[in-house]
Design a protein around this ligand. Structure first.
Ligand SMILES: [Zn+2]
Length: 468
């Protein structure tokens, strides 16, 4: 009999990736990362994903420490093998073992916080967000630093004139957190050759751009993204009426695993009033490299109960309806009929086709995503007007639908990136705000730090949506 090795089970889905393997995983477990952030809430998702991926030591410095003890408790429950600690505020000499530094917050916070600690250089990720927009920059060598960091006296224009702290900031800071966690792993494992690169995004217009080298920053992403290209586009923000709309809405989330965790996290934080969660599974140790809602203290528990414990602490006002079952032909219409949007976070094709058909029948918006390895895709479907899942991925036979695959490798925070986008898409559907991924597939390549959007077309002979 093989010796029991909990670490192998926990990180199995990462270890089977050729880019990581047992050695790579060991390297992550032996690494320390320093995170400096404006608030605990703004970088919580980053820390959850770093802990889930198995980074051994997380040293943190928060300008605003509200919620810190709760976060430390949750991270300890998620992965007791990770050491998380707050370093004394303003400490100049960082713990010497840190291999990467991440600084996350508003552009104004970053302008005051990028000073390099005395006497040591370590690769740096700066991550800023405001409103719907955000950018991160990875700097591996000191030579590249000057060109990209905002100077303290330099007024940044990112997200200029946008209010801070609304649901839109939740989306952008969560996306940044998941993206930054991916970049930390890439730096620790040497998976990126470029020494200075970054990504800017706008979740309102769904524009994403990677850039390399010494780009003069801080990027004024407000101007290129909200330019004459989209006449009349406004930066938009979640209004009081939108917030009320979110509180009155019901979202069905099918699955609380790799995608479901960040979807539920984002929806609960954004203030969605009612979530109906469908999941029949129980928490297993091999879930925990990516399923940040669950924890090693809740192994064996039904996932809906484990998710409820986490979500109650995050948002005590949330009305959570629990369906401890898989979605089937017999219960799908009942469960879906009361919702305003459905978010599909399942891991099998037959349920995806069933959900697509049920949402088309009931005329409900459906937010889809899938992840594998270092890649993921997302799309939003309204069968009456847009490409549906069947148009995109025609099921040719029952055999296709029921095909069973072995577990695929996945880097945990890649699911975080796609799940955050799903949560954001669902809220845009609910508030009828911004550009939604109808007739479009968003594809994320984590190794390249790149997003692309592909236009899709309805199949005129689609058996599900053609006659709607
Ligand atoms: Zn179709």
């Amino acid at each position: 009999m093989l010796p029991h090795n909990p670490s192998m089970e926990r990180y199995h889905r990462q270890i089977i990736l050729p880019e990581i393997g047992i050695e790579g995983q060991k390297k992550l477990e032996d690494s320390a990362v320093f995170v400096k952030a404006q608030s605990v809430e703004s970088c919580a998702l980053l820390l959850y994903y770093l802990a889930a991926a198995g980074i051994g030591i997380l040293n943190c410095d928060f300008a605003e420490e509200h919620g810190l003890s709760s976060l430390i408790k949750q991270i300890g429950a998620l992965n007791s093998g990770v050491k998380i600690q707050a370093v004394p505020a303003g400490l100049k000499n960082l713990p010497g073992d840190a291999a990467v530094r991440v600084v996350q917050g508003s552009p104004q916070y970053l302008a005051q916080s990028h000073d390099q600690p005395n006497g040591q250089w370590m690769p740096l990720i700066i991550a800023a967000n405001r409103g719907w927009q955000g950018w991160f920059q990875v700097i591996k060598r000191p030579d590249d630093q000057g060109a990209v960091l905002p100077r303290p006296d330099h007024q940044t224009s990112i997200g200029h004139n946008m209010p801070d702290g609304g649901a839109e900031s939740t989306f952008s800071s969560n996306l940044l957190g998941a993206l930054a966690a991916v970049e930390v792993v890439k730096i620790l494992l040497g998976l990126e050759n470029c020494t200075a690169y970054g990504l800017e995004f706008d979740l309102f217009t769904m524009r994403f751009a990677r850039y390399e080298g010494r780009k003069a920053c801080p990027i004024s992403i407000a101007s290129p993204f909200l330019s004459t290209e989209i006449p009349g586009a406004s930066p938009g923000y979640i209004t009081t009426a939108d917030t009320h709309q979110l509180a009155q809405s019901q979202v069905v989330v099918v699955g609380s695993g790799g995608l479901g965790s960040p979807v539920l996290y984002t929806l609960a934080q954004a203030g969605v009033g009612t979530i109906a969660l469908v999941d029949y599974d129980r928490v297993d140790i091999s879930n925990l490299n990516r399923q940040i809602l669950h924890s090693e203290t809740r192994l064996g528990l039904p996932k809906i109960d484990s998710a409820e414990i986490f979500l109650r602490e995050l948002n005590p006002d949330l009305n959570l309806i629990k369906h401890n079952t898989s979605l089937t032909k017999d219960n799908a219409l009942d469960i879906i009929s009361a919702c305003d949007v459905l978010v599909d976070c399942v891991d099998n094709l037959s349920t995806r086709y069933l959900i697509n058909e049920a949402c088309a029948l009931l005329n409900k918006p459906l937010v889809e995503a899938g992840v594998n390895g270092f890649e993921g895709i997302a799309t939003t479907i309204m069968a009456a007007r847009s490409t549906c899942y069947q148009c995109l991925f025609p099921a040719r036979s029952a055999l296709d639908c029921n095909a069973k695959y072995g577990p695929e490798g996945i880097l945990g925070p890649v699911a975080g990136v796609l799940g955050t986008i799903q949560g954001c898409e669902a809220c845009k559907c609910l508030t009828k705000t911004g550009t939604i991924l109808f007739d479009s597939i968003l594809a994320y390549d984590a190794l390249e730090a790149q997003f692309e959007i592909f236009h899709t077309e309805k199949d005129p002979d689609c058996p599900i949506c053609a006659k709607r």
